[in-house]
Design a protein around this ligand. Structure first.
Ligand code: ADP
Ligand code: MG
Length: 224
């Protein structure tokens, strides 16, 4: 799992760099035009942090090593990304790390169950910090349906790749569904009715992150 996480973060950094102008353009329409720049800065810092990591302690379980990695990502995002999205995404990763660290060491759940546990903790953390819920034109409009779809897939016995494919489809649909919404949280809410008709930048970056994760896990070369 830890290798898949690292592969995800590196691929995500590349995709975010490519998509930074598009994310910034979305934020120019309903925010202050920095979302792509913010995300690119944060993920570049994550890659630098990954490059500087010592080899994983062989005495650590995969879940514990994954928790360490998620904690590092959370701290890096909080310290390098400004704006609303840095603390929100950073908190999501810190909460996911804490959820993994709290799992029983001797008998951890199956990998798809661990993935959904992490997603649920991440989404709860964003909701708590941002005091937001679905329907407010934020990243939660991609992440909440993604997490719900992932939970339903796990409960139906799906493997990790299928769980994340379900999450990816729900996140994409959720991000698209922000376009007609009225923003009631964050900078976009200052625009009132003028926020309608534009896709939310944070929901778009969230869908991108889930898409890259699903792609990495579907790739047979990366063991989960
Ligand atoms: P800023 O708005 O400070 O410039 P960014 O442009 O990087 O920060 O991120 C904007 C994104 O953050 C929005 O598109 C939205 O998805 C998300 N966001 C803003 N406020 C909240 C909130 N209270 N809860 C959840 N997400 C939020
Ligand atoms: Mg912005």
């Amino acid at each position: 799992m830890q290798h898949a996480l690292e592969a995800w973060l590196r691929s995500a950094a590349t995709r975010i760099h490519e998509q930074a102008p598009a994310l910034t353009a979305l934020d120019q329409a309903i925010g202050d035009g920095d979302h792509g720049i913010n995300m690119d800065r944060g993920f570049a810092a994550i890659v630098t942090a990954l490059d500087g990591l010592p080899p994983v302690d062989p005495g650590k379980t995969d879940v514990a090593a994954s928790a360490d990695l998620l904690r590092l990502v959370g701290r890096t995002l909080i310290s390098t990304v400004g704006g609303a999205s840095g603390p929100l995404y950073g908190t999501a990763f810190l909460r996911a790390a804490a959820a993994l660290a709290a799992l029983p060491v001797e008998a951890p759940p199956s990998t798809p169950a661990v993935v959904v546990t992490a997603l649920e903790a991440a989404v709860a953390g964003i909701g708590a910090l941002g005091k937001a819920t679905t329907g407010e034109k934020t990243m939660l409009d991609a992440l909440v349906p993604a997490t719900e779809a992932a939970r339903a897939a796990v409960d139906g016995g799906a493997d990790t790749a299928a769980v994340l494919a379900a999450a990816r489809d729900a996140a994409a649909a959720g991000a698209a569904a922000t376009e007609p919404m009225l923003a009631t949280k964050g900078r976009a809410s200052y625009l009132g009715e003028r926020s309608i008709g534009h896709r939310d930048p944070g929901a778009t970056s969230s869908a991108l992150l889930v898409d890259v994760l699903a792609g990495v896990v579907a790739d047979a070369d990366v063991a989960v």
